[in-house]
Design a protein around this ligand. Structure first.
Ligand code: SAM
Length: 273
């Protein structure tokens, strides 16, 4: 039978088609805005730098074995970890060709350390018995984040490390409240509950760090906020887009600048037992 899937240029054996329609939308949004990603991704940059610093002391403790950045995008976290840990490069897995290409444009040799991969289909066999799995701001885009997290923990070898940052459901309270008051659907991405992820991490890992970080973001109004997320390609949602009238109502109910936007980010560093 003829093979009709487009072939993956980085990994000729695997098809490019994501496993779900939502996955396709996420990929298309990030692809479209890849060139502007790093410029707009201030929080992601800060978190990658913080994880890099936190992991400096792990350097002698990471066992030999595969190392990967799951949902690596343009490689912010990979580079931060490579700087602080030394050792072999991390394999960068992502669904979005254009974000991977952003990093490769500065270093064509990276093609050997990148894999176009849909994380909703589990992890590739080459990561079995991993020594280090890292991920920042990617788990929330996947189907069933708690199950994915459990899978990731179980793919580590005993003594292997998981390093994770993920925005969680305590984020963007004012967006939700404004949507409810405007009687329009909340059109953002549903973020995972921190508590559920923490429970899994405690079951699977000896945790060296588990922290919920809270960041305040200046609130310049609904439209600048939505524009900011769109600019980095992060506006895909399982909900439909708001109609123009609904958007106007959301803008009218958006709170004043004295109520900042808040991100809640779960940060987790742990070792497989
Ligand atoms: C907000 S970006 C974060 C990128 C990078 N980790 C960082 O901190 O800058 C989310 C990334 O997750 C990737 N992603 C989303 N769904 C995915 C999936 N199903 N499989 C692989 N990667 C996925 C996106 O393509 C994007 O690169």
């Amino acid at each position: 039978m003829a093979h009709t899937e487009p072939l993956n240029p980085l990994n000729p054996l695997s098809p490019l088609s994501p496993s779900s329609r939502f996955g396709g939308r996420v990929r298309d949004c990030f692809n479209r805005h890849a060139a502007a990603y790093e410029q707009g991704a201030g929080l992601q940059k800060a978190i990658a730098a913080r994880l890099g610093q936190l992991c400096r002391s792990l350097r002698p403790q990471i066992p030999a074995g595969p190392r990967a950045d799951l949902g690596a995008g343009s490689g912010l976290l990979s580079r931060a970890l490579e700087t602080s840990l030394g050792g072999p490069p991390l394999l960068r897995l992502d669904l979005c060709t254009e974000l991977l290409a952003q990093e490769r444009s500065g270093d064509p040799g990276l093609v050997h350390h990148q894999l176009l991969w849909d994380l909703n289909s589990g992890l590739p066999r080459q990561l079995n018995g991993a020594g280090l799995l890292a991920s920042s701001f990617a788990l929330q885009w996947l189907e069933q984040p708690p199950q994915r997290l459990q899978e990731w923990c179980r793919q580590l070898q005993s003594g292997g490390w998981l390093v994770l940052a993920v925005p969680t459901a305590g984020s963007f309270g004012i967006w939700r409240t404004a949507s409810a008051q405007a009687k329009v659907p909340f059109s953002g991405l549903e973020l995972p509950e921190a508590e559920q992820l923490e429970t899994i991490a405690r079951q699977e890992l000896d945790l060296q760090r588990l922290q919920r970080l809270r960041f305040s973001w200046p609130n310049q109004g609904a439209l600048p906020f939505l524009r900011q997320i769109r600019e980095i390609g992060a506006l895909a949602s399982r909900q439909r887009h708001l109609r123009p009238g609904e958007l106007r109502r959301l803008v009218a109910h958006w709170p004043a600048a004295d109520q900042p936007l808040r991100w809640e980010v779960l940060l987790l560093v742990g070792r497989r037992r």
